[in-house]
Design a binder for this molecule. Structure first.
Ligand SMILES: [Zn+2]
Length: 246
């Protein structure tokens, strides 16, 4: 049955002379792969240039084989600010690459779709107020990862010791393999501990539990951001067995 859905273009490559195959993260179907036959013949059905990062409305025919036929594509937003800001484009590229490489096709999760949209909107809103940048592009990557890990069930445990479940008060020792903070007793028994400042652990906690309207106003010192970013990188590299963020 024909379906209509919104989707972000994660990746694209040419197929034969005139067609295009794209990997798309859709709202209802999760990640899909689709072929746009005759894309380069200026078909009226494809009014969108299908650029990477763009949000489009697609009409397609879901079937059992991996590549679905896409009949229509209309552009909703091309996030054109990404073309003029290299730092933002780099962050968006990492987010899209991460999704492309870690998510299986047809694993539907509308929250991930909204997360991508919120992160792109956040990158777009990133404005310099006086001398301070409100949300640096690299922070958007941290926010994406914290939210993504939470949504994917890798929720970093922050309130209880990940090893013995004791309630934590002011812990700052993070176990990369176990994905959470550990108490002083367990800390010495584990070999993969990274020590985080109080501020950095609070920052992760805040991002995990706040929605985007609040995160939008977040101001985090660069040093704290680096800490959060480093721990997230080792955590994701450990769990996905590769560093997809470089
Ligand atoms: Zn413990």
């Amino acid at each position: 049955m024909v379906q209509k859905d919104l989707g972000f273009v994660l990746k694209r490559y040419n197929f034969r002379e005139t067609s295009l195959i794209a990997s798309i993260y859709t709202e209802k179907f999760g990640k899909i792969r689709g072929i746009l036959k005759g894309f380069y013949t200026n078909k009226r059905e494809f009014s969108s240039p299908i650029d990477i990062f763009s949000l489009n409305e697609f009409v397609f025919y879901p079937k059992k084989s991996e590549i679905w036929l896409i009949a229509h594509a209309d552009i909703i937003s091309d996030y054109d600010f990404l073309r003029s800001d290299l730092a933002k484009a780099k962050v968006a590229g990492r987010i899209f690459n991460f999704i492309e490489r870690t998510i299986e096709i047809w694993d539907s999760n509308p929250y991930i779709f909204n997360l991508i949209k919120n992160c792109l909107d956040l990158l777009g809103k990133d404005i310099t107020v006086g001398a301070t940048r409100r949300v640096a592009p690299t922070l958007t990557l941290c926010i994406f990862l914290i939210k993504f890990l939470t949504l994917s069930g890798f929720k970093p445990e922050l309130n209880h010791c990940i090893s013995c479940q004791a309630l934590l008060k002011q812990e700052n020792a993070f176990s990369v393999a176990r994905g959470g903070f550990v108490c002083p007793q367990c800390r010495n028994k584990l070999s993969d501990i990274r020590v985080l400042s109080q501020q950095a652990s609070r920052c992760i906690n805040y991002i995990q539990n706040s929605d985007f309207d609040l995160i939008n106003r977040l101001q985090i010192p660069a040093k704290c951001q680096e800490e959060v970013s480093a721990v997230l990188r080792s955590f994701t590299a450990y769990h996905f067995e590769a560093d997809y963020l470089s």
